[in-house]
Write a protein that binds this ligand. Structure first.
Ligand code: PMV
Length: 307
């Protein structure tokens, strides 16, 4: 009858994670997979979570949801989630969830939320998850476009994304490797290293930002090889910053040997998590990886879609 449904897309960062936190641009696109939310009228705002989550994850999610509910609040809605993405592995599932919930709360309040409004409310939730997020995750999720994103100076404002048009289909394989460390922890450890050796780290952040800008230009020019090369160089720099690990490196090389034009970790990195590879034919890579027991899927981030 009067149940509502909303969606928040997952995201993948092609270039510039971490350096985006320090004000440099990042290139990120939406996944077709995301988090679905269903809402029904209720006596008070309530979030029903999948039973697979740990106690700590539940506490975090409920805290974030309650913060957003307080901002919108009326009329109350009971929200249940249906995640199509593995939660907490660096695919922007927290942002996807935030966007799905934000859209639901706004919709229940009788608004047809624009992507900007959804992003603004999702931002309040993201701050609970990440502490000082750059905003790239929830902005990409809400806009559902390939974006060259830059954080605004000042921690309290959301950044801006510029749409990047792709004349070619931009197809990726996302594969999971090892156990992932929490984003907050990886970001904090990097902050300590860069505080100790600021010039060395700033040089690398700046270079990562350049790769993101160059990557966006390569996309617009339809030069997937140039984009792939930028991804490979970015992986080397992420590794230099201490953000990679054996499981991530092994998966990067596996994707390259399966024909990736470029492959790198995506998201926070650390002990494990997600790896992204750029492919012209992602399906055959997915078949082979799946046969080898790797959790993976393909997605198109931008460009013309086959009918
Ligand atoms: O939480 P993840 O794995 O999607 O990573 C977020 C990307 C970072 O650049 C590492 C953090 C941020 O706030 O942009």
């Amino acid at each position: 009858g009067n149940s509502l449904s909303t969606f928040g897309a997952g995201k993948v960062i092609l270039l510039g994670e971490h350096s985006v936190v320090y004000g440099h641009p990042a290139l990120a696109g939406p996944l077709s997979q995301g988090v679905k939310a269903r809402g029904v009228p209720a006596k008070k705002c309530q979030l029903v979570l999948p039973s697979t989550l740990s106690r700590a994850q539940r506490t975090l999610l409920l805290g974030a949801f309650n913060r957003a509910a307080k901002l919108v609040g009326e009329p109350p809605v009971k929200v249940s989630l249906d995640p199509e993405l593995p939660l907490a592995v660096g695919l922007g599932s927290s942002a996807a969830l935030s966007v799905a919930c934000a859209r639901m709360l706004l919709l229940a309040a009788g608004k047809a939320p624009s992507s900007k409004e959804a992003a603004r409310l999702a931002w309040a939730m993201e701050q609970e998850f990440h502490g000082t997020p750059s905003g790239v995750d929830h902005t990409t999720s809400a806009e559902e476009q390939l974006l060259l994103y830059r954080k605004q100076p000042g921690a309290s404002s959301v950044g801006k994304g510029k749409t990047v048009d792709s004349p070619r289909a931009l197809k990726v394989v996302v594969a999971l490797a090892g156990e992932r460390s929490p984003t907050k922890k990886t970001v904090a450890a990097l902050r300590q290293r860069q505080a100790r050796w600021p010039e060395r780290y700033q040089r690398i952040f700046k270079e990562m930002g350049k790769l993101a800008s160059e990557g966006a230009k390569a996309v617009e020019a339809g030069d997937l090889e140039a984009l792939g090369d930028a991804m490979n160089v970015n992986q080397g720099l992420l590794s230099a910053l201490g953000l990679s690990s054996t499981p991530l490196e092994e998966m990067v090389y596996r994707l390259r040997s399966l024909g990736a034009l470029g492959a790198k970790l995506t998201g926070a990195g650390g002990d494990g998590g997600a790896v992204v590879g750029l492919f012209t034919d992602p399906e055959s890579a997915v078949v082979q990886l799946t046969r080898q027991g790797v959790r993976c899927f393909s997605s198109q981030l931008a460009g013309p879609r086959a009918l």
